[in-house]
Design a protein around this ligand. Structure first.
Ligand code: FES
Ligand SMILES: [Fe+2]
Length: 341
């Protein structure tokens, strides 16, 4: 099954950054091991090019944005937004045809910019769903640089038994680890779900306060969904036990969007939204604050795990899997297949 040594899946949309990061300044980010440079044209279109000048490998992100073109800071080759070299100052006459740097397709969705890392034309929908950017789904965003493999992050999200332990101090409750769950494992589509229902339970403040369920016997249903190598959606449906026959349609979705930087480091984008209290910014701020504490626990846990793994030989890394790992194991098998197909 897939692990930190598995090649990346290139034919996929990955979160490249937040829209506000794309401006009239060049910025660099490595994605799937490829150094890239980003900017916006004067018309506002986001651009992604290989960061390595094809002449002598100078980083274009250390160069100059001139109108819609980049002028390399070393010997002045000029590249247009498609990556074509359109000027070579050291050479008289027309620029040699067919030289340039690779450009990448980008797509904006609400506060996110996605990048297609595959060689061909993009042939998939954006992976996290259409609610992102919908005003009926107010949301907050976060970014973490995670010094761990994105495979480990996906597995963490498909294994909610860790809530009772790693998150004992934040949103984990003791009853979570042994609560019953259902699985929906679709090998064909590469979609893996774990649905865990805890009832009756008391909700932690992060959900209880905004939903006005403090001190109330409640149902806590959480679905972790691996939707793509770049997108993992955690759907929360929480309501009073007394409303079980006709539960309200109050939904919370956290899109965890891991974009591998290298095999053992990950750009971890988070888009956290809800479909209730739509006008209330204090709810957005409160949930963001509370959740950030829990996300940091995952990051610290995964960082420690990665550090230990990198310090011991591969042969000493034998692991056992438990029944509760079934969704994670199925996902990792699929990921290995997709990466090596
Ligand atoms: S390295 Fe870019 S122009 Fe020479
Ligand atoms: Fe977690």
């Amino acid at each position: 099954m897939a692990d930190r040594n598995t090649p990346f899946v290139f034919d996929c949309w990955y979160a490249a950054g937040f829209s506000h990061e794309f401006g009239r300044d060049l910025f660099a980010r490595t994605i799937l091991g490829k150094p890239l440079v980003f900017y916006r044209t004067q018309d506002g279109a986001p651009v992604a090019l290989s960061d390595r000048c094809v002449h002598r490998s100078f980083p274009l992100s250390h160069s100059t944005l001139d109108g819609d073109t980049i002028v390399c800071g070393y010997h002045g080759l000029r590249f247009d937004p498609e990556g074509a070299c359109i000027e070579v100052p050291a050479q008289q006459g027309p620029c040699p045809a067919g030289i340039g740097v690779r450009s990448y397709a980008l797509r904006e969705q609400g506060p996110l910019v996605w990048i297609w890392m595959g060689d061909g034309e993009p042939d998939a929908d954006l992976p996290a769903g259409e609610w992102i950017g919908d005003p009926q789904w107010p949301a907050s965003q976060q970014y973490y640089h995670l010094p761990a493999s994105y495979v480990a992050l996906h597995e963490n999200l498909l294994d909610l038994t860790h809530l009772s332990f790693l998150h004992a101090g934040t949103f984990g409750t003791p009853d979570f680890a042994c609560a019953p769950y259902d699985l929906e494992l679709d090998e064909e589509r590469g979609n893996f779900k774990l649905i865990r229902t805890v009832k009756p339970t008391r909700l932690p403040p992060v959900w209880a306060e905004p939903l006005k369920l403090t001190g109330v016997d409640a149902v806590r249903q959480t679905t972790s969904e691996f939707a793509a190598p770049s997108a993992h959606l955690v759907h929360g449906h929480f309501y009073a036990l007394s409303d079980e026959a006709f539960p309200p349609d109050t939904r919370i979705i956290t899109a965890h969007l891991p974009t591998p930087e290298t095999a053992t480091t990950t750009h971890y984008f988070i888009h956290h939204g809800r479909n209730f209290a739509v006008e209330d910014d204090t709810v957005t701020d409160f949930m963001q604050q509370q959740l950030a504490a829990a996300f940091v626990e995952d990051i610290e846990g995964l960082t420690a795990l990665e550090k230990l793994a990198s310090a011991i030989p591969q042969d000493d890394q034998f692991e056992i899997s438990l029944a509760s790992d079934r969704a994670g194991v199925a996902m990792r098998r699929w990921l290995l297949k997709a990466a090596t197909a």
